[in-house]
Design a protein around this ligand. Structure first.
Ligand code: 7TS
Length: 404
């Protein structure tokens, strides 16, 4: 991998100060920082190409359309989708999940089962509960153990001929667990169920191959992988995307409209109503290019080193407990100090220029499992360093001293 100090120069924000201290950004699981290359792509778009796409006869519109469609091809290639029309631009993971959940309203009936895991973000729980309310389907939950690992025997027991859909995250945002999704997908397919994988937390660390995984739907947000906010991707197998009804109606998603009847456009446009986040989509492609120049294998190895280093150092602090000790985990550490509220720890860390997230991380069922209100979560990216981890460890020690 390129030298980390060199990589850090790509990220203007990493050289700013917060509360008079150098920023230590450890909230990467919430959103990643943006390299200059991606910022430049956005500026370049608005400076030189700004036009609406897929409709204009004029040059600007055609150029903007070309750039947007090139970004779709980059995304297709990155995730190894078979066809570019299997890549639907969305506003992010939440949008992608809601699109699929809405589509399944037409395909489920009372008595069908859909299966979620105990490790999910609220955005991979609530849309499905709404789907159950609409259809009368039952929501079943794959349980987890105290390490934050899913219980695969219990999962096998939940599956039956009634199971229509399984939706699990690739990596847990609250604990960092990497789930065995290939196995989960295989088992679901054995009973004829479709699988949606929430890749919001995996896409910054792993390069998934949707064909090798044989996954039916895979959703990501660009902003967690060095791209802008407000854009993301839904991958869906062609057959499934053809089967699902459109999510939103409007311009660009139609073939022909009369007051009597509307026919829908072909994929991917059937699911892309209205003017999209054009600059965002183009910059998403740039972000993928950027991450690939760093290299996903390099990223995984470097971040694993950071994870091991931080885990060892933090565990030396007496009274500090780490939640999420799965054998396979990514660079997320959720922890608490005995008897101290996570919010108070986060507030003191912020005074020291260290950004962490505190609270339930939109994963309340996980917090309920551990019977805690929340955790302090430090999540690392490839541009973080061991000396930043040292600053975190000193900060946590200081917080402990001040608060106990
Ligand atoms: N799924 C997972 C696993 C996530 O971690 C998140 C965001 C989402 C879905 C929703 O993504 P969005 O881009 O549509 O909002 N997770 C977090 C987090 O851990 N802290 O802030 C946002």
């Amino acid at each position: 991998m390129r030298n980390v100090q060199d990589i850090r120069k790509d990220f203007p924000i990493l050289s700013r100060k917060v509360n008079g201290k150098p920023l230590v950004y450890f909230d990467n699981a919430a959103t990643s920082q943006t390299p200059q290359q991606v910022i430049d792509a956005i500026v370049d778009y608005y400076s030189n190409y700004n036009a609406n796409i897929h409709r204009g006869v004029h040059t600007l519109s055609q150029e903007a359309t070309d750039l947007y469609e090139q970004a779709r091809l980059k995304i297709q290639q990155h995730f190894n989708a078979k066809f570019s029309h299997e890549i639907i631009f969305t506003s992010g993971t939440t949008h992608g999940i809601n699109l699929v959940a809405n589509g399944f309203s037409a395909l489920l009936k009372k008595g069908d089962d859909i299966v979620v895991s105990a490790l999910e973000h609220h955005s991979n729980i609530v849309p499905w509960q709404m789907l159950c309310e609409r259809t009368g389907a039952n929501l079943k939950v794959i349980p987890m153990n105290a390490h934050g690992e899913l219980l695969l025997d219990a999962y096998a027991d939940l599956l039956s001929k009634h199971t229509k859909l399984v939706f699990v995250n690739h990596i847990s945002n609250a604990l960092g667990t990497i789930n065995p999704i290939k196995h989960i997908i295989e088992k679901a397919h054995e009973v004829g169920a479709a699988v949606l994988i929430d890749g919001a937390q995996s896409s910054p660390h792993i390069k998934p191959d949707v064909q090798d995984l044989d996954v039916d739907f895979y959703v990501v947000s660009a902003h967690k992988m060095c791209g802008p906010t407000g854009v993301g991707m839904l991958y869906g197998k062609e057959a499934w995307l053809k089967k699902l009804p459109p999510y939103q109606g409007g311009g660009e998603m139609i073939a022909e409209v009369t007051f009597e009847k509307t026919t829908y456009a072909d994929l991917p446009h059937k699911f892309e109503a209205g003017t999209p986040n054009i600059a965002g989509g183009i910059a998403f492609g740039t972000a993928i290019d950027y991450m690939n120049t760093i290299g996903f294998q390099n990223i995984a190895k470097y971040e694993h080193d950071l994870l091991e280093y931080a885990t060892e150092k933090l565990l030396q602090i007496k009274g500090l407990k780490i939640y999420g000790t799965a054998k396979h985990k990514t660079s997320v550490i959720s922890f608490n100090l005995d008897g101290i509220h996570p919010y108070d720890v986060g507030t003191i860390l912020d005074k020291l220029g260290i950004a962490v997230r505190t609270g339930h991380h939109c994963a309340q069922p996980i917090m309920d499992f551990y019977n805690i209100p929340g955790t302090v979560r430090a999540s690392f990216a490839f541009y973080n360093t061991k000396s930043e981890i040292d600053a975190l460890v000193e900060g946590v020690k200081k917080a402990k001293m001040m608060l106990s």
